[in-house]
Design a protein around this ligand. Structure first.
Ligand SMILES: [Zn+2]
Length: 148
């Protein structure tokens, strides 16, 4: 009698294929800010906010000041970076051939655990904070930890 139950599916394969890919924002929206989360401010170390100017995707850091609050006269200017300019600069910064697609470049960043640092005049790469934390976890943990 109990033999009949052997044909029941025991593994739900769908759960393994439902992993969201790169570019899926936290809110589930697919946005044009493909570098979201990978761009940090070289002035204050905050992650830069995706924003939009004249239809162009870009990133902005207000260094924690809000437009509502009082802003000291000596506060640093906002840092702005246009996404297309960052994508243009990436092949040089990564020292890879130009012509790679944005998603390829982003893959490279993730693989090397790098993030883009922007100041008023410069763009550069550095090991990402999350990557550094993950390395510590991996070393002290079971070693099998995988970055999503
Ligand atoms: Zn900042």
């Amino acid at each position: 009698m109990s033999e009949g139950t052997a044909h029941e599916p025991s593994v739900d394969d769908a759960t393994f294929t439902a992993v969201p890919g790169i570019g899926t924002a936290k809110n589930g929206e697919t946005r044009r800010h493909v570098l979201a989360g990978l761009v940090v401010c070289g002035v204050c170390d905050r992650r830069m906010d995706g924003h939009r100017v004249h239809g162009h995707a870009g990133y902005r850091c207000r260094h924690g000041y809000t437009s509502a609050g009082p802003r000291p006269a000596r506060a640093p200017r906002n840092v702005y970076a246009r996404e297309e300019h960052l994508l243009d600069a990436l092949p040089g910064l990564l020292e890879v051939d130009g012509g790679d697609t944005a998603s390829k470049l982003i893959e490279q960043l993730a693989e090397r655990g790098l993030e883009i640092v922007c100041t008023h005049h410069n763009r550069g790469l550095r090991p990402s904070m999350t990557q550094r934390r993950a390395n510590v976890l991996t070393r002290s943990g079971r070693g099998a930890l995988h970055l999503g």
